[in-house]
Design a protein around this ligand. Sequence first.
Ligand code: SAH
Length: 410
Amino acid sequence: MSAQLILHAGKERSLFKRHPWLFDTAVARLDGHARPGDTVTIQAADGRPLAKAAYSPHSKIRARVWSFDVAETIDHAFFKRRVAAAVARRARLPELAGQGEQGGLRLIHAESDGLPGIIADRYGDTVVVQLTSAGAEKWRAAIADSLQKATGCARIYERSDSEVRGLEGLEPVTGWISPASLPPGGGGTEGEGEPIVIAEHGVKLAVDIVGGHKTGFYLDQRDNRRMLAGLAQGQRVLNCFCYTGGFSLQALAGGAASVLSIDSSQPALQQAAANLALNPRLAADRAEWRCANVFDELRRLKVAGETFDLIVLDPPKFAPSASHAERASRAYKDINLLGCKLLSPGGLLMTYSCSGGVGLDLFQKIVAAAACDAGRTARILKRLQGSADHPVDLAFPEGEYLKGLLLQVD
Ligand code: SAH
């Protein structure tokens, strides 16, 4: 029988709302013995069993719920069911079905797929997993096996090198889980760490699953990149924080007059230029890649009197948690202020925050203040979010990390 995590009186409320995180402050004691990642039963102060969860003794999130059905056994078969359900969920959506075959698709979006601490992205015939919690770590083999069974993909690579693992007391782990014969970091038949080429809305992109950000690519922006293509005809586009050029290439595919892309990472820009070369039908002479700090470069462009018709601001996570919100707010304000100033009258601004610590309301206020300080009137044309393979469980609002606004700026 599993150990029991007994709550303080009144601390069961979030579980009744099916929120999957249990914070250390809610826990009165542990009855029995549990190691990191072991399954425990969460019990209310009055003895009612509430959920089966993974125990994380080193984290403020002391337990993450696997199941609100206390009769459910957490075993290999449990992961097989949950992983198969996550994969089947995507197959039901016509816009997603088939994405994984040649393209990129998020198969498991952690808490929002009932699998806390587990991310899985498919790039062609390879699945990249990222395990970020003690519970996920314990079930690595079951998760990998379940992914293989649900997808038919033989190649499973692990990119568990996210910083958040440190909060769980876990070391980084990277390398091939399957086939076991592949060397760590090696791409096997495709050579040492050679990127996988995916197709996204008709554009080819190489994804470096070994050395790229996250699992190699930002799949969450897939729909927004397509939207950009639809807006770009004849426009002078500025893509800030371009990474490997996803937005830039879609702008070119949409017929942009010019695309200036900025990133501070030289390897990302090299990959971006290589990605453009993979697409000979795109007008390479309209693209310029610039290695610079966006904060400085936007100022320089302003001083130089440059203007653009369409600007994308997709910065990294400035606020991983609410405690960073103030500093992050200043950074968001700064780039959005400069972005507004650089737009031609009636120009479009696609602006994002992927910070968990900055909610939609706050983000909108920051951008409103930026437009106001720039002396411009900005109107929301559309609210933007992650693609449908990054669903948000209504019981888990923290899952809605990516928010954006499409603005017209007069
Ligand atoms: N829009 C991209 C993803 C952006 S990720 C896509 O669709 O794929 C954020 C990028 O910002 C990273 O490539 C990182 O190298 C870059 N970056 C972070 N801080 C920066 C800064 N101050 N100036 C320029 N680039 C920066």
